[in-house]
Design a binder for this molecule. Structure first.
Ligand SMILES: Cc1ncc(COP(=O)(O)O)c(C=O)c1O
Length: 417
């Protein structure tokens, strides 16, 4: 993994040049495109600060990145910024997830939800086209700790959900449950499986044991395609885990969701969908006749500024800078865990992720709410409250939180006496 850290001047130059390769609504005789620059009363192009603000400059130029640019052919007038998106997809697929050069496709989606649904949609069509599968023969397999977008996608696409149990303490998928649910569903007519593996889950930061799961699936000799939901962990785990098995080198993996707008601090609208070449064709929309190269994405029109934002952030840090930023957050998370241990407070934490899920029996609702901890359920009595150690969290706030927990423990001791 090695990409350069660039100065803000060279980033500005690169994005400005990309914008110059786009056709400018203000200068070119563009008569047929149902789009234009942003409202110039509000977003005026000659604001002096724009000179040094490539992301804002791109927002105002308003390129539409409709379609999938790593495939051949796209809207020519936004060629410059589309090239930035292609570079970004290649960086994520090849540098971060170790894919072979130019062997992956992808696009910047609205978020993790869209990227996950894109995967389910693509595999559903793949099984229908390649195996003549009936809709009732396709199931989506995911753990109960998976993000709700998996439920959403399964529902929208009319597929059969198979929800796997996890161990209450380790949050690991219970393999005997996976095995018996697969056997049962085969008896009930399911013949094709879309498997989702989490790297990591939203609530716990747990990372599914993809090696054990795929060993079992391969032993059973079932027909499956595997997607990785790394919406949360994508920009963390690949940097914190030595020899991650969540890469394109793992031949069991066909596609990966990552999200810039979580850890990477990019603007909302920066989910990323990555997939091995040869699969996007299953979602080609041949009715999109007015779009050069057709459309292969769930969302349709989308802002090219989002790809520019992710590209800029990755190049502002460089791979070494990003790794060291993640290291600091992981270390800070470990510090919090040590303090919780010292207080005898129970929690779940994967050592390579910056999430701590605290056992709700060990912390008062008042303290949890005061520090905006997120419960596993707003509808039922919470079993867990989670902390996500993000860049805005200072050691001072952590100390304050720990001190409150200490005094809460003291009060509990006094009551027991
Ligand atoms: C693991 C995981 N997958 C998918 C998503 C959905 O992402 P978005 O809200 O960007 O659609 C989230 C959001 O928290 C997530 O944590």
């Amino acid at each position: 993994m090695n990409w350069p850290k660039l100065t803000s001047d060279s980033i500005n130059k690169k994005i400005t040049e990309a914008l110059n390769r786009n056709v400018n609504y203000r200068k070119a005789p563009i008569l047929g495109i149902p789009a234009t620059y942003l409202d110039s009363e509000v977003f005026y192009e000659d604001a002096p600060f724009l000179e040094d603000a490539p992301f804002l400059k791109t927002l105002i130029a308003n390129p539409n990145h409709i379609g999938c640019h790593t495939l051949s052919g796209s809207e020519k007038i936004f060629k410059g910024t589309q090239e930035i998106e292609i570079e970004l997809i290649r960086l994520c697929a090849e540098q971060i997830f170790e894919g072979a050069p130019e062997e992956q496709d992808g696009y910047v989606a609205s978020g993790g939800t869209e990227a996950n649904i894109q995967a389910l949609w693509m595999y559903r069509n793949y099984f229908i086209e390649e195996f003549n599968a009936g809709i009732n023969e396709i199931a989506v397999v995911y753990s109960t700790d998976s993000h709700y977008s998996l439920h959403k996608g399964t529902d929208l696409l009319n597929l059969t959900p198979i929800v796997l149990k996890v161990d209450e303490q380790t949050r690991e998928i219970i393999l005997s449950d996976l095995s018996s649910q697969i056997d049962e569903s085969l008896k009930n007519g399911i013949r094709y499986f879309i498997i989702n593996m989490n790297c990591s889950t939203t609530m716990f930061g747990s990372v599914d044991d993809i090696v054990k799961v795929t060993e079992l699936l391969n032993e059973k000799n079932i027909v499956y395609k595997l997607h990785v939901d790394a919406a949360f962990g994508g920009f963390i785990y690949s940097f914190s885990k030595v020899n991650s098995v969540y890469t394109f080198k793992n031949l069991n993996i066909t596609s990966i969701t990552i999200d810039g707008h979580k850890m990477l601090q990019t603007p909302y609208g920066t989910g990323i969908f990555l997939v091995r070449k040869g699969f996007m064709k299953y979602v080609k929309n041949t009715k999109a006749q007015y779009v050069p190269g057709a459309d292969h994405t769930l969302c349709g029109s989308r802002s090219g500024a989002n790809a520019v934002a992710v590209w800029m952030i990755l190049h502002t840090h460089g791979s070494d800078g990003w790794r060291s930023k993640i290291r600091s957050l992981i270390d800070l998370t470990t510090d919090v865990c040590c303090k919780l241990n010292a207080l005898g407070i129970r929690f779940f934490r994967n050592p390579d992720i910056n999430i701590i899920a605290i056992n709700a029996e060990d912390i008062s609702k008042e303290v949890a709410e005061k520090y905006f901890l997120v419960p596993d359920s707003y509808e039922h009595k919470p079993k867990w409250w989670k902390i996500v150690v993000m860049p805005h969290i200072s050691r001072g706030v952590i100390d304050e939180f720990i001190n409150e927990l200490k005094s809460m423990n003291k009060k509990a001791c006094n009551v027991n006496l």
